[in-house]
Ligand binder design. Sequence first.
Ligand code: ACO
Length: 369
Amino acid sequence: MNVTGLEGIEVTQSAVSSIIDGTLAYRGINIDDLATNSTYEEVIFLLWNGRLPTQEELGDLKQKLVEYGTLPEPITNLLKSLPHDVYPMDKLRTTVSALSLFDTHTKDMSRESNYHKALKIQSKISTIVAAIQRINDGEEILFPKSEYSFSQNFLYMLKGTEPHQITVESLDKALILHADHELNASTFSARVTVATLADIYSGIVSAIGTLSGPLHGGANEAVMRMLEEINDIENVETYISEALFTNKKIMGFGHRVYKTGDPRAKHLKVMSEALTELTGQRNFYDISTKIEDIIKSEKGLLPNVDFYSASVYHSLDIPKNLFTPIFAISRTSGWIAHILEQYDNNRLIRPRASYVGAQGTEYTPINQR
Ligand code: ACO
């Protein structure tokens, strides 16, 4: 059996999200339904509690997400001291790791404490991502306002102005669509980490590192770089045929699980068309659809969640290097749901490797090598 990449291998049981016959559902609710009718805060509650919140529970969650969104001074000082030009995902990973040092409950493994820390992490991660950009722009760090929703607050903390309703709704939908995805690579790494009974911060730090790679969450930024490089619809064919000729992967295409299309991509495609039209940048949507047509006919590959999210975030005036950190903000809800589930029914995750190396080799003393 070829187990490279653990393809198709079920390594745990989970009741958080499912991919069945190409349909993605969170706790049994189809993401199409959630993307159309829900809010990101509702989805957080759903993922962590297994059911939708009552009005009161939702109000309480929203209030805590605002309340916990401030950062301790040593963390803002740390953020300001980080090199200006390092990748924001690396700053995020380092800062979340540092957060654990200022939380006196980090090592309290009770469910109640972990749920409380979950709220703090979910809230602060959004402030940290916005702060990374604010510091780079030479602006002061902002904290959430009680009258704003989670998405509104992120955009406010990023830009310093009241965000437009369309921008808020688009970001919120994008956050819902990215919130969880069964046993994707970063979620798996979070579960492996906490299965050793390491603390919740360690699980999130592992997940952020895993998400950052271009084969996973890092693809959305790479897609935007490609769209900007192509720049004109006339250049699409040459660019893509050269890339395919040299066996380069086209970012934002293909998926380990979906072979008949990523159910999240269709929502992002619709959003991309509407938003690029609205912002006078339809060029990026048109280039994207042309790339989609070519890759489908040449390689039989379809766009994944990262492909159209690039032009969506770009239309929301979000800098490219924040695309993956925003993915991390959203996926934190899913990582936490899986971490809590892992703690609830834990067993160390320790698979075996099929050994293919040399055997019986004798040690050669250094002076005889
Ligand atoms: N562009 C061109 N060819 C591709 C692409 C692509 N994007 N994706 C897969 N292929 C080809 C491979 O070259 C390979 O061809 P071969 O059999 O002739 O060698 C074949 O399709 C199978 O590809 P694998 O990489 O083995 O498929 P795997 O299941 O391991 O990888 C993955 C899935 C990583 C998503 C892959 O499709 C890829 O690299 N895509 C580009 C990066 C990307 O968009 N990542 C985001 C994924 S979604 C997410 O994580 C949020």
